[in-house]
Design a protein around this ligand. Structure first.
Ligand SMILES: [Zn+2]
Length: 529
């Protein structure tokens, strides 16, 4: 069905395509998804607006960056149409999620186009969409289960559960799932260990490898980067080799996992498994230990160097204009804080905030905090802002529980209705069920939004609670006028108090973690006073 009543120029369509990397061998690649979507868009009389490419699992609704941008455009009325390849590319979150997304678009009058599925707003297609969305969610679960079962099975047999992480010096034998030495690369590995054991710094090792044109791990393993980059030796690659026990023949599995946000975290030792006879050693245990012992010595040398350039406010200073961090920067013997936007290459121009001498700022900030905390009134105000957090947290946790329970109920009701629809032949009855399914999905969207809010508030409350005793302690110390503290002690107190400095040149604010401004300073004020 072609729409030809409107001219193409006033109707633009965004395209959303997605791969998750791991699970998508069978589904269309990014290129063919995009090609098919473009054809569909044009056949319907739209011109292609923005193309959103997501490389993430479709399970979550809120954590997908590109989807979030797209939804923003829908709610701002910036797009007239959205095209995607199939329901499972759009979401694997089940009926709840698909109806949140479709509901949003229909509400805003945004046309939806899908290569593999008719999305017109009729009862038959709505049921089909619900069923397909639920199937996509179930499929994700079974993929997970299969992968997990496969991993466990391999571990039980004592072989590498995954790709084992690409490492130079080895190739994995895909039949035995054990590592085999790649002699040419092993030479590079041995050289790195020997140089480190002889006291050469990581930096020097890296520079020498580069200068001699030795191919880097990125080149040797032919890695495909998400963002194209020139593979070359980096200090981190050298460090990763020296600290990896596999090169001395110790194979550890299940060292890393991901937390709820997808961040890579190291497992505790109870989860880590050692596999015997999987990796042949390239260097001896003695050499490995010597290379790593040298590293330990260097780490402690680094600490003393940092103490020489001790900066009391390091990490506590933010830009008053753009809220980015301000970092200490040295020019000859002079240190200053400057806004991170100055060194952010992805920005066209920095925010324009002025740099400030670390010495100047440290002295003023410390004075200001001492004056402010000595006043009982301002202490009371600060504590007032932080307190009631215990009660507040209880309330938030109860809300969270209630919302989560409601979502479970909706999920249960939705799948019951989907089952009923699939068994039913009576059009009128089915339509009633179907309306009910959509209603539930609408409810779920609202609930999920509030749940996000509640979780954020819990995090904020948790961050501010421990600081009350510190503030009182600081007040008492300042009130008695007895603080012959070293800079390190001052820094420790500041960190514990949870106070932050927001600065732009010679103007600054001291804020609490809650964002509340405790004190402000302008040089002109100081001169008048
Ligand atoms: Zn800035």
């Amino acid at each position: 069905m072609k729409t030809t009543t409107t001219t193409a120029t006033d109707k633009s369509a965004d395209i959303y395509i997605r791969v998750s990397g791991v699970y998508d061998e069978r589904t269309a690649s990014l290129d063919s998804q995009e090609r098919d979507c473009r054809e569909l868009v044009e056949a319907n009389g739209y011109i292609v607006g923005q193309v959103f490419v997501e490389r993430q699992t479709g399970k979550s609704l809120h954590k997908r960056k590109e989807l979030t941008k797209l939804r923003e455009r829908v709610s701002n009325g910036e797009t007239q149409c959205i095209a995607f390849y199939d329901i499972d590319r759009f979401t694997r979150g089940g009926a709840g999620h698909i109806w949140i997304l479709i509901g949003e678009c229909r509400e805003k009058g945004v046309k939806l186009l899908c290569v593999k599925q008719d999305l017109s707003d009729t009862f038959e297609t709505n049921v089909a969409i619900t069923v397909k969305a639920e199937a996509a969610r179930k499929e994700l679960e079974s993929i997970r289960e299969r992968t997990l079962r496969g991993r466990k099975e391999k571990l039980r047999k004592g072989i590498l559960p995954g790709q084992g992480g690409d490492m130079i010096g080895y190739r994995i034998n895909k039949e035995t799932w054990k590592r085999e030495i790649h002699e040419e690369e092993a030479e590079i590995v041995r050289r790195i260990f020997e140089e480190a054991a002889n006291g050469k710094t990581y930096r020097q090792i890296t520079l020498d490898l580069q200068a001699e044109g030795i191919p880097s791990p990125g080149e040797l393993l032919k890695r495909n980067y998400k963002i194209p980059k020139t593979p070359r030796w980096h200090r981190s690659a050298v460090a990763a080799i020296i600290t990896n026990p596999a090169y001395a023949g110790t194979t550890l599995a299940q060292v890393w996992s991901k937390d709820e946000t997808g961040k890579r975290i190291k497992n505790d030792s109870s989860k880590i498994v050692e596999l015997a006879d999987v990796t042949p050693a390239i260097v001896s245990k003695e050499l490995w230990e010597k290379a790593n012992a040298t590293r330990q010595r260097r780490l402690s040398a680094d600490t003393t160097r940092n103490e020489k350039n001790f900066i009391l406010l390091r990490g506590l200073v933010y830009c008053k204009r753009c809220q980015r961090k301000m970092r200490p920067k040295q020019a000859r013997t002079f240190w200053s804080f400057r806004c991170a936007s100055k060194t952010d290459e992805s920005l066209k121009e920095p925010c324009g905030a002025h740099t400030v001498s670390t010495r100047w700022l440290t002295d003023r900030v410390w004075d200001k905090i001492r004056v402010e905390l000595r006043k009982p009134d301002s202490l009371r105000r600060m504590i007032g802002d932080l307190s009631n957090t215990g009660e507040q947290k209880e309330r938030l946790l109860r809300d969270q529980e209630r919302l989560e329970k409601r979502i479970e109920e909706i999920e249960g009701a939705t799948s019951r209705l989907v089952r009923l629809v699939s068994r039913n032949d009576d059009d009128i009855v089915t339509e009633l069920y179907e309306r009910e399914i959509k209603l539930l999905a609408d409810q779920r969207r609202g609930i999920e939004e509030s749940l996000q809010q509640v979780r954020l508030s819990i995090l904020e409350v948790e961050a501010s609670t421990p600081h009350i005793p510190t503030l009182i302690e600081l007040h008492n110390k300042f009130a008695w006028g007895d603080e012959n503290w070293t800079d390190q002690q001052k820094r420790n107190e500041l960190i514990r108090s949870g106070l932050r400095v927001y600065v732009d040149g010679r103007e600054f604010e001291i804020r609490m973690l809650t964002g509340k401004v405790v004190a402000t300073f302008k040089e002109s004020d100081a001169l008048v006073a």
